[in-house]
Design a protein around this ligand. Sequence first.
Ligand code: C2E
Ligand code: MG
Ligand code: MG
Length: 634
Amino acid sequence: MPPNATTDSHRILVIDDNAAIHDDFRKILQQSSQEKVDLLKMESDLFGQDVLPESTTRFRVDAAFQGREGLEMLRRAKAENRPYALAFVDGRMPPGWDGIETIKRLWEVSPDLQVVFCTAYADYSWRDIQQSLGPTDGLVILKKPFDNLEVLQLSHALTRKWALNRDVQGRLRDLAFNDTLTGLANRVQFMDRFAVTLSTALRHGHKAALLFIDLDNFKRINDTLGHGVGDELLQTVAERLRRCLRDTDSIARPSLPGLAARLGGDEFTVILPEIQRGEFAATVARRIVEHLSQPMDLGQHRVLVTASIGIALIPQDGDTVETLLKKADLAMYAAKRAGSNTYGFFQDSMTALAQQRFTLENQLRHAIARKELSLHYQPQFDLLTGRLSGMEALLRWDNPELGKVPPKEFIPIAEECGLIVSIGEWVLRTACAQAAAWIAQGLDIPRVAVNVSVHQLVHVHFLDMVRDVLAQTGLPPSCLEIEITEDLLAVKPEIVLTTLRGLRALGAQVAIDDFGTGYSSLSRLKELPVDCLKLDGSFISDLAGGIPDQALLDAMIAMAAGLGLRVIAENVETHLQSSFLRDRHCPGGQGFHFSLPMPRDQAEAFLRGEKNKTRPEAIPPGRVACQEEERGQD
Ligand code: C2E
Ligand code: MG
Ligand code: MG
């Protein structure tokens, strides 16, 4: 921090070979209070509002007889972080350097030092001085003999100028090296500090660690609650990171404190420049995970954020900044895949995994163009009448290099790299076109259900896209059901609500998929334009488990009925489960017990047969081959 321009004392260095001059400067700059008041008045006229009557700029004067001695004092003051603001330098100081040489040397050490060059009239011309010292605004010439007031005026004006310069430079430095939003170190400072940490650790043979931190659900919060809340969230995260480092530093007392940085977006890093053992890095990471997962109150919103952290250790994980960053990043991804809200160390196997993911992402980019995607259709039934109530379209990817890749594996990747928007559009178009074609053939398909990921739903053109698909395929809107997972509802109101209302306005239906495992609050359910709840498979597979699950199921069915929602129980696999559901008056069901998801042609054959059928009891014998293929894939 630069010293305050009006109240702090400024250090002034006098370099003159005459001891009497040293005394003069001390007297002038430590004048009587009356003189000071006069001067302040004068200063006030000169500088305006800045100078308050009670402000007192005090000077601390040190003196040297020779340039060399002055230079030493300047160096020491700088090293002690008590720099001189101003030097009065005599023109001639035999037998040592003259004034010009002295100033040149002083500026080599402190380029921002303000200098008053004290010289008798005939000694040097301004041109001589400029030629020797170069163009500068840090120099004033004072002709000898000088007046006390001149010395005072110059001291006030030049020390103030020095302080303001430092202030501006400090701010510029802040801008260049700190993240403006959070105040943490920015990428530039981080790279710089990490390079120093690395070389120091390698030279002295000690351990250090890099933590790579990524927020798990930031993008969704930002997209749905808006950037204002997103910014506040990042500031809160930064504050919590600082607190974690302070806490852990005070416990472990490392010789060098940790540094937190924001690399951009929701990516943060922490450098632990000197650690005894790798476990200390884990302790810090654990604390960060714990602190960050505490609820945050941002405006009217209470938000839950979690973080995934990857740790790379110096020296064992590498000896270049790039390698260590990459490994910490890989470890972070592994932590995310392990379920988020956790941390992990880099392991060699991760490089192979990353390679695999890279291949998958690359192949996925061409999947639509190379016609590797297809849809399977799984029937949904009205359990009370036994009639077909809909068909859920489920995406399949068959790649020549990777084989059949299950959706649980490639959809998260498509979401992360943004491909889900185009893939999702392909799914919707294909499913709607297919359903329209079946209807045109006179087949009875009451509804086609299409899964839509949160990333698609919050996309600005989502509703336009749905409208366009319905118009182009000619599918009656009431025959389309959009399935969304309930975690979408955790984050957010406006966008979700607007989109769901938009879907309803189009005439399409909305189902909440995998209901009961995520965040939905029942009270919110009431406000949402939703038509159907798909009870998560885990409730049904636990049914044999006993009373509590049955009670839960009963409660959910009753609640849905109260809200006027349809219900489909997912993953019905056995006759027992099916009859149990019917006994509890569960209106709908879907699962391997009734039918596996089927490729288009089989689904079509199924629909033709379905025309004359009621009450589904078991998978028709003819479809066993297809079931086994499906099971093998899942
Ligand atoms: P989901 O939407 O809940 O789909 C149901 C999943 O359960 C399907 O897995 C289906 O094959 C499986 N399933 C059906 N009946 C049973 C059963 O009786 N027992 C068991 N254990 N499983 C059953 P699939 O096709 O592997 O899809 C997995 C998830 O991938 C889907 O879960 C959905 O969340 C996502 N998904 C699939 N297709 C798409 C798509 O086109 N877009 C998006 N965004 N997500 C999709
Ligand atoms: Mg679904
Ligand atoms: Mg589901």
